[in-house]
Design a protein around this ligand. Structure first.
Ligand code: AQP
Length: 332
């Protein structure tokens, strides 16, 4: 079976974007792949996290993943900070990656905004750690949202340069799995910005733990235009907010944009939005309830994470030890 690696930052409550772009796609892959899923807490501190809150969010993120259907008997679920191999390999990769490559990363530019002088160095080198996360397991398939496409290309560049520099074929090529009609869910307030758990506006996103009332209210207030929905795909051009809501509906109803438009074409948002809110509540409420149940017994969640870290280290340690030998580090 091919090995999958994917991660999610505990930098807030998971959003509908995280769910549709990544988390929900991780579940069926457990039937066909050897899956390693990681709560990437090292990545989370690239932006300031209040320590007590980080610990809470980390446990909550793990509970959400279990509630979505990640099965710890079939997959490895663990915390990135608990497996030292990630950081060891990341340093080697920092010395392989070129500054020019990192300068081209658009997510850094989006997150740093005009503040590039004053953000952490970790935010800048984040994609290098991400390459190490994947390659410490020699994983070849990485299910992510569309926003991570450029980081995966960088991971491949790093693997290739390592292999070239050290005259080896040690690291494999990585392939992104970017799945579904909502691989990039946009903010509910601005159709040109992706939905993010750290967006300052809570109205910009649906959180996986939002109540039914919150969901209905956020969808009611979501930015749209005055036109009715088109019957054909071309009619969504230049209407990013309408496209976003149709994409969310399509993903939740397990269909595509065209089928949603066949059903809803000609109708206004006053009719479409309540139907979308109902669909969201029907899909997300059971996950929120299960996550709450799991968090009531946090000892279980912690045990899953502890065992996951042991299993992850058993795979990553020998791979990273071999990478260190290839680099020329003396083992004493
Ligand atoms: N809006 C989105 N649409 C589709 N997929 C998304 N993902 C994130 N946002 C969207 C996917 O979720 C997975 C986990 O992402 P992450 O937490 O590691 O980092 P991120 O991409 O930076 O996510 P956020 O929500 O925007 O977090 P913050 O606000 O902390 O930076 C990835 O597979 C990602 O593609």
């Amino acid at each position: 079976m091919q090995r999958i690696f994917s991660g999610i930052q505990p930098s807030g409550v998971p959003t509908l974007g995280n769910y549709l772009g990544a988390m929900r796609n991780w579940v069926p892959l457990q039937d066909t792949h050897d899956c390693i899923y990681c709560v990437v807490d090292l990545h989370a501190i690239t932006q300031w996290q209040e320590p007590a809150q980080l610990a809470t969010q980390t446990r909550e993120m793990a509970a959400s993943l279990l509630a979505c259907g990640i099965d710890p008997r079939r997959s490895i679920l663990f915390l990135q900070s608990q497996v030292a191999a990630h950081v060891r390999l990341a340093w080697i990769f920092e010395c392989v990656a070129r500054l020019g490559w990192l300068n081209r990363m658009t997510q850094f530019k989006d997150k740093a905004g005009r503040n590039t002088e004053n953000v952490s160095a970790g935010l800048y080198t984040y994609p290098v750690l991400m390459a190490a996360d994947i390659l410490a397991y020699k994983a070849t398939r990485v299910p992510v949202g569309d926003d991570q496409r450029q980081h995966l290309e960088l991971a491949n560049d790093i693997a290739q340069k390592f292999n070239h520099d050290y005259g080896t074929e040690f690291f494999p090529a990585i392939e992104g799995l970017i799945m579904g009609p909502a691989a990039r869910v946009m903010s509910l307030r601005d159709g040109s910005k992706k939905m993010s758990k750290s967006d300052p506006s809570d109205q910009s996103r649906i959180n996986l733990n939002d109540s039914a009332d919150d969901i209905a209210q956020k969808i009611r207030r979501a930015k749209t235009d005055p036109e009715p929905l088109p019957s054909e795909l071309q009619g969504l051009e230049g209407r990013p907010e309408a496209r976003n809501l149709v994409g969310i509906y399509a993903a939740l109803a397990d269909t595509d944009h065209a089928s949603v438009l066949r059903e809803w074409g000609g109708q206004g948002f006053a009719a479409f939005k309540p139907a979308l809110a109902d669909l969201l509540v029907a899909k997300l409420e059971p996950i929120a309830m299960e996550a709450r149940r799991l968090l009531a017994d946090s000892a279980y969640v912690d045990q899953v994470l502890r065992e996951g870290a042991e299993r992850a280290a058993a795979i990553a340690d020998p791979i990273v030890a071999e990478a260190m030998r290839l680099v020329g580090f003396l083992k004493t």
